[in-house]
Design a protein around this ligand. Structure first.
Ligand code: ACM
Length: 545
């Protein structure tokens, strides 16, 4: 079977498979309830299988159980006529990932929401699958700030992540161009910071504008629903509130957060074009108290569970422009009071404040690799985006790392050369380039390499104005990424891309059934092009480590 991501081992002993039908029963042992609910709701709906509860030893039943001889996310599927389909997991997550594999074993119709061939014979082939992930953190960043993704779209992406055995949604909720989470004590974040009156269409050098208001935000109940929906799928949601840069939307709503002695922040609006805004937060007590209030609500909405990575809160920390701080008397006074040497020190003071604040509440800070400049509390972790360097330095300093270098896994980057790619941005990074991405760079000791929690693909949405554009940039490359994150692949040059492509032929049929508007291997469909909309292609250096 053409499984993606590739499992550790598949055996296909001689013998008959397991027929599934309206009478197939489902027995779920203690701790397997989430997989049980998912199978009944999702596979059951797709294939018209009631999967009624039944006894453990029923003929040809589906059986779910925990097996503590396996690692927490590992699973084993054994399908044989008479004995049925048994999915054992080292923990609840392992059983759930096994259920995802079972869906792939049942063909593309299993990825629809209702039966298209009611009554057709169904069977799980005789086989034994043994599987476990290479990395614990298998992430996807969704930038819902540059273009808002309505709640339904986020829930759909959680389903797509689960189908690819990805388990961390890095939720980029705030930026210069929009603030997407309701904060009760600061209502203007929803009223003002969540929308802009128009939007640059294409790269910022493009002369085109989309002259309609764009916006949206998640209510606190929307967030609770997203977090709970993710948890049902063994996915942790790590919220990102980006400070002290990338904050113009917040300053537009609450002008006192900005550098009021340098610019008239009351005249600012939510940014309508792309780039890195100079309108950063002021390094004042007012700002600290305001964001403590934001984070208090964020911690309640994103509780730290026992399992997964929900203890993490991402504070951004990337690309903070310093021009306003250089001009600001208030910032200079703060630098002097704190005994810092310059504005860079202010940035690390800012991050350090929230590092300690989160640690005091039992939570862990994660931020972009710029946060390393200035030192971090021991539990803090780093998202390495400007290549591998930040991640290597963080691992050597004893910090956990998520590898997401822009040279490989920024899925906003164009996926082919030529004129046809819609709004081409960045380097050409093909499906094969992503497949040959290696999250652990050479040169780390074994101890340092263990600091690499895993890896993440980042979907920045400046030029993705709707869900179809997000699908186009994200797929099929997310399938290659999922295999990098989950499977134990050989060194990049030795990876069997031809075999991956062969399995992708089956996977495209699954994506079709799921309604994913991926980039076809032959190039964009006519309606996926954006002729005349300016991008910013970069002639990339070859990927290097
Ligand atoms: C980033 O791409 N600025 C994290």
């Amino acid at each position: 079977m053409e499984l993606i991501p590739a499992p550790r081992a598949v055996e296909e002993p001689a013998g008959a498979g397991v027929p599934l039908g309206r009478d197939t029963v489902l027995w779920a042992g203690p701790g397997t309830e989430r997989a049980e609910r998912w199978l009944r709701a999702t596979l059951g709906a797709a294939l018209g299988l009631p999967l009624r509860p039944g006894p453990r030893d029923a003929q040809d039943c589906v059986r779910l159980l925990l097996d503590d001889t396996l690692e927490p996310e590992a699973y084993r599927i054994d399908a044989a006529a008479g004995r049925g389909v048994e999915i054992r997991g080292g923990g609840p997550a392992g059983v759930f990932w096994g259920a995802q594999t079972l869906r792939q074993l049942l063909g593309p119709d299993a990825f629809r929401r209702a039966p298209v061939r009611p009554g057709a014979a169904l069977a799980v082939p005789r086989q034994v699958v043994e599987d476990a992930p290479r990395f614990r953190w298998r992430g996807l960043l969704l930038d819902v700030a540059r273009h808002f993704m309505p709640k339904e779209g986020v829930l759909r992406y959680l389903d797509l992540m689960a189908a690819h055995k990805l388990n961390v949604l890095h939720f980029h909720l705030t930026d210069d161009q929009g603030w997407r989470i309701e904060i009760k004590r600061y209502p203007k974040l929803a009223e003002i910071a969540s929308w802009r009156s128009r939007t640059k269409f294409g790269h910022r050098a493009s002369p085109l504008w989309d002259e309609k208001p764009h916006g949206g935000y998640y209510t606190q109940d929307d967030i609770r629903e997203i977090v709970a929906y993710a948890a049902e799928r063994h996915i942790s949601v790590v919220p990102e509130i980006d400070v002290p840069g990338h904050s113009q939307a917040a300053v537009a709503a609450y002008p006192e957060l900005g550098n009021t002695d340098v610019v008239d922040t009351t005249a600012l609006s939510v940014w309508d074009t792309w780039g890195i805004s100079a309108n950063v937060l002021a390094p004042t007590d007012t700002t600290l108290r305001f964001y403590e209030g934001v984070f208090e609500e964020v911690l309640e909405l994103f509780p730290a569970d026992a399992a997964g990575f929900s203890e993490f809160v991402h504070v951004g920390g990337d690309e903070c422009r310093k021009e306003q701080w250089t001009e600001s008397v208030a910032a200079k006074t703060r630098i002097a009071d704190l005994g810092l040497t310059d504005e860079d020190g202010l940035q690390s003071w800012f991050i350090g404040h929230f590092d300690a604040w989160l640690a005091a509440r039992g939570r862990r800070l994660i931020g972009w690799d710029e946060i390393l400049e200035g030192g971090l509390a021991p539990g803090a972790a780093v998202s390495s985006w400007r290549g591998y360097g930040g991640g290597v330095a963080a691992a050597r300093a004893g910090h956990d790392v998520v590898m997401c270098p822009e040279q490989y896994v920024y899925l906003d980057h164009r996926q082919a050369p030529g004129e046809d790619e819609p709004v081409p941005i960045g380097f050409v990074r093909t499906l094969e380039d992503v497949y040959r991405f290696e999250p652990v760079p050479d040169g780390l000791t074994a101890d340092e390499a263990r600091r690499v929690l895993g890896t993440q693909a980042n979907v920045w949405t400046e030029v993705m104005e709707d869900a179809a554009r997000v699908d186009y940039q994200t797929f099929p490359r997310l399938a290659a990424f999922a295999e990098v994150a989950w499977s134990r692949l050989p060194a990049p040059a030795e990876r069997d891309f031809a075999d991956f492509e062969r399995r992708m032929a089956a996977h495209y049929r699954r994506l079709d059934a799921l309604g994913v508007a991926y980039r076809p291997p032959t190039g964009p469909r006519p309606w996926q092009r954006r002729p005349g909309v300016l991008g910013r292609p970069i002639e990339g250096p070859p990927p290097n480590r």
